[in-house]
Design a binder for this molecule. Sequence first.
Ligand SMILES: C[S@@+](CC[C@H](N)C(=O)[O-])C[C@H]1O[C@@H](n2cnc3c(N)ncnc32)[C@H](O)[C@@H]1O
Length: 308
Amino acid sequence: MNLTMSAAPTHISVLLEETIEALDVQPGGRYIDGTIGPGGHAAAILEHSLPGGQLLGIDADPRAIKMARSRLEAYGDSVLLVNQNFANLKSICTKHGFFPVHGILFDLGLSSVQLEKNNRGFSFRHDALLDMRLSPRQEITADTIVNSSPENQLAKMIRAYGEERHSQQIARRIVRQRPITTSLQLAQTIEQAVGGRRGRIHPATRTFQALRIAVNQELEHLKLVLEQAVDLLGFGGRLVVISYHSLEDRIAKQFMHQQASGEEACLRLINKKVIIPSLAEVRYNPRSRSAKLRAAERISVPKENCGE
Ligand SMILES: C[S@@+](CC[C@H](N)C(=O)[O-])C[C@H]1O[C@@H](n2cnc3c(N)ncnc32)[C@H](O)[C@@H]1O
């Protein structure tokens, strides 16, 4: 049996040591992992917060929660897992009385498990139906957007969320080829639209990113959760965001800079410059290459106009 072919996909946590340091994880601390995924960062947070640490782990994907549950089983009651969108962070924490906290982590995007499990249409390397939902409870799928949007709306979405120069040609070709029901069919359509492969990245990369962002309303949810997160931090609590594309990073950067400026500032930036993986990490885990970590510390005692 070929073990490499049959092995289940695994996820390697990105910027792991840097995350623990940025969160300043302390024994007995209370932490939120808003994107728990397979639980890699969470396990390290729990390990460093022994004895007495507590972790609330959230994920929109029920399959991720299942994986995290089995990985973190040894930590027993120290872990609370919630299968919800992090856009509901404040209500989740209120419901469970989980605040104020010492640190909150968002490691955005998808895990390798989600990307490589070839049945959700996230990747153009595997053939699958065009789904791309993080949660099966969401109504809109990538199929809905690809097959029902007017051409100008498709082009706008591909341009805005994929930062794709060829958005017009791609949208036109998609509309001409519809119905498009699988990821490979979509990837081929895009390749034809831009006249084959050029450059380092696959011509479908940006359009797939755009669709995923649109299906899951990723940017809107990130904006919503950052506001809520500040409010849940106690004095000295840390907020850490790891992003994988410029649109997410811009939101995290602008938010932290805004909250860290002026007389009413409630955050302090921990690093002047964004943290990126070392060459060694990128070599070991190529998926980490686009990662950017930003961190800030709450410097105000909770009050009305901070993060609310
Ligand atoms: C990069 S993975 C996290 C990996 C994890 N840090 C680890 O080291 O194992 C990102 C996770 O966030 C989840 N996610 C993305 N957006 C979300 C949202 N708005 N609400 C809840 N979970 C979300 C995804 O389902 C995925 O499991």
